[in-house]
Design a protein around this ligand. Structure first.
Ligand code: GLY
Ligand code: MN
Length: 464
């Protein structure tokens, strides 16, 4: 973890943000996979990590915004635990390392909250995303679990979003480290993408690289020669010549900061001319977004400008027609790119998504859209120095969506359906990088960019 002063300062900022009362921040617990002692790999809650830094299950933190004191609740390991899991730091030691004033057994927490409520003090909490924490909040606060989202503290959400959105230099260093691991994963994936190799073999290698360099992958690996399925976790196919392999994968460091890259490469190492033509368009979209992203512009504008690059390119290939600006305003290009340009990234790969996308990616000025495609844009608001966002345009030929839109004659003034029909076997392409917004513009995080151009990819795939 970072020095305790980092967590103390962050908690003081949150206390100022909520203005009074107490903030209850439960950490995560172990989560059983198929029987209680066989658990999924432990993942701490990111807001708890951000505010207390303790990567340990079964803890809860309390920030007292009136007294300026913070507390950790949890139970020390008993001898039975120590026999199986080895010596553990005491809760007091953990509280000290986080700069918190006090440590108490977990059972005391309920009484503290009861007393606070009885005294008319506000208890701020975040919307829970794990059922165990929802049950805990229900039990301790007397709010039915179905109402917890509604009663979550807007002040606490806003204070955390304000604080976590602007990355500190130490956080940027960690994210860059995650990017370096992500680069290693993607280079290996490119080198293994040969005909006859099963997708799951490569996906497994990537998980192994992430686990051996840090904590784990930052989300389940997406890797498939059916790249037109946006989040394809089925790794059962054998790679074959003439197809492309889309890999969307990233790593978490041991401090749980994330990376998230996508590359699409030709199986066997050489793009066909049709693949290259579409690939170059998507790469141009990715690079255009990188050029445009800077403090003061909305990411929604960057998304829309990127979509115009896509539509212009597809028009040149005879897949779209008509006026490009009008086509994008109408949402016709979303047949090919039904998702948004990117999202915030940090301690979560979709940073703070549990706090509510409307609070993280939008604000009073920039509201979420309803149009198909644009509605999936997770990050729309004005960029600020210190934000980290992904830049991930794509172009997909999704047979079911093409059939549906064609039957509905949707946007037929802009879509050349006869030509599109001939691309139904194409698959999908996405190119994703992780951008830091600096005063002068956007920079790709990581020591070296993941190979991205046709030339770089083909050279990497040729290398032993
Ligand atoms: N890389 C997965 C996603 O951004 O949804
Ligand atoms: Mn992403």
């Amino acid at each position: 973890m970072f020095d305790k002063s980092v967590y103390v300062n962050r908690r003081r900022a949150i206390a100022r943000g909520i203005g009074g009362g107490i903030a209850l921040i439960p950490g995560n617990n172990e989560s059983p996979a198929n029987y209680p002692a066989n658990t999924y790999k432990f993942r701490q809650d990111s807001s708890f990590l951000y505010l207390f830094g303790l990567n340990h299950p079964g803890l809860a933190g309390v920030i007292d915004a009136d007294t300026g004191e913070d507390f950790i609740y949890g139970d020390d390991a008993g001898i039975d635990d120590i026999i199986w899991t080895g010596p553990q730091p005491s809760v007091r030691e953990m509280a000290e390392s986080a700069g918190a004033r006090g440590a108490s057994p977990f059972t005391r927490l309920a009484g503290v909250l009861r007393d606070a409520i009885a005294a008319g003090r506000r208890v701020h909490f975040l919307p829970p995303y794990r059922s165990l924490n929802a049950l805990l909040l229900e039990e301790m606060l007397g709010i039915h679990h179905s109402l917890l989202k509604r009663y979550a503290s807007l002040e606490l959400i806003r204070a955390l979003v304000a604080s976590r959105s602007v990355k500190e230099p130490r956080e940027i260093e960690e994210i860059a480290r995650a990017c370096d691991i992500g680069r290693e994963m993607h280079v290996r994936a490119m080198q293994e993408a040969r005909p006859g190799v099963r997708e799951q073999y490569i996906a497994g290698l990537l998980e192994g690289i992430a686990a051996s360099r840090g904590s784990m992958v930052s989300f389940p690996v997406i890797l498939s020669q059916n790249g037109e399925t946006l989040h394809n976790h089925d790794h059962g196919q054998v790679l074959s010549t003439g197809r492309m392999m889309l890999t969307d994968a990233g790593a978490e460091t041991s401090l749980n900061y994330c990376s998230d890259f996508t590359r699409t490469v030709p199986v066997g190492g050489k793009f066909t001319s049709r693949q290259r033509e579409v690939y170059e368009i998507v790469l141009e979209c990715n690079q255009r977004a990188m050029e445009l992203a800077r403090p003061g512009v909305t990411y929604r504008w960057v998304h829309v400008e990127t979509c115009k690059v896509l539509a212009r390119g597809l028009k040149a290939l005879g897949l779209m027609k008509g006026d490009v600006d009008e086509a994008v305003a109408a949402g016709a290009h979303a047949l090919f790119m039904p998702h948004g340009l990117g999202h915030m990234m940090g301690l979560d790969v979709h940073d703070m998504e549990d706090l509510g996308q409307v609070h993280v990616g939008y604000d009073e000025e920039t509201r979420p859209a309803e149009q198909f495609g644009l509605a999936s844009l997770r990050m729309g608001r004005r960029l600020e120095e210190g934000f980290v966002v992904t830049d991930e345009p794509g172009c997909y030929f999704i047979p079911a969506l093409i059939d549906r839109w064609r039957a509905e004659r949707k946007h037929e003034a802009f879509l050349a359906y006869d030509k599109i029909e001939t691309f139904k076997d194409f698959g999908g392409i996405r190119v994703e990088d992780d951008l830091l917004i600096t005063r002068d513009g956007a920079v790709c995080l990581g020591e070296r960019r993941v190979p991205a151009t046709v030339k770089e990819i083909e050279e990497t795939m040729r290398a032993e």
